[in-house]
Design a protein around this ligand. Sequence first.
Ligand SMILES: *[C@@H]1O[C@H](CO)[C@@H](O)[C@H](O)[C@H]1NC(C)=O
Ligand SMILES: *[C@@H]1O[C@H](CO)[C@@H](O)[C@H](O)[C@H]1NC(C)=O
Ligand SMILES: [Cu+2]
Length: 167
Amino acid sequence: MHVKQILLAAVVATVVKSEVHNIDVGEDGLKFEPQVIKPVRGDAVVFHFYPKHNVVSTTFDKPCEYTSGSFFSGPFDKTDNGKLRFVVNVTNEDPVWYYCAVPKHCQQGMVGAWNPPANSTIEAFADAAKKVSDSTFPSSESGGLLLDEEQVASLTQSGASPTESGR
Ligand SMILES: *[C@@H]1O[C@H](CO)[C@@H](O)[C@H](O)[C@H]1NC(C)=O
Ligand SMILES: *[C@@H]1O[C@H](CO)[C@@H](O)[C@H](O)[C@H]1NC(C)=O
Ligand SMILES: [Cu+2]
């Protein structure tokens, strides 16, 4: 690389802002919308809940079952009827897989991912989920914060540029 290109790359890198990724959880049936996102380190993911869904993260190999280090929004009842959003900070670009732990929702395709690698697709994860008998979830929320709309807005004003999902 030429010195000029290196300088340009450095400028571009410092201009890139953290983004907020909004995901609707069960607004329109048993799904996360969008189902797949590609956040980078420093971004935030904001889950908006509709009755009576939730979100739990896991690994590709354990669809519908929480694993150590999973994030969990808590059950829907904890969200003040959807007014509180669950905000998870993105700390690296590793794949993250998640599902709704309401009985049978994960098995019926209520799954999503961020940064899925080319050889483990969301379709493969959803297929594996169909074969899991029971969904599990941790005993209390973890790995993120339940924030109201104002708190989410102030989060986006402090450096992040929101990508509003049309509402
Ligand atoms: C996918 O690819 C990665 C790296 O290329 C490899 O480590 C991993 O084992 C592969 N996973 C599967 C399910 O084939
Ligand atoms: C996420 O980042 C924000 C802003 O840096 C911080 O206030 C918040 O505590 C972090 N959330 C978690 C769950 O660590
Ligand atoms: Cu659900």
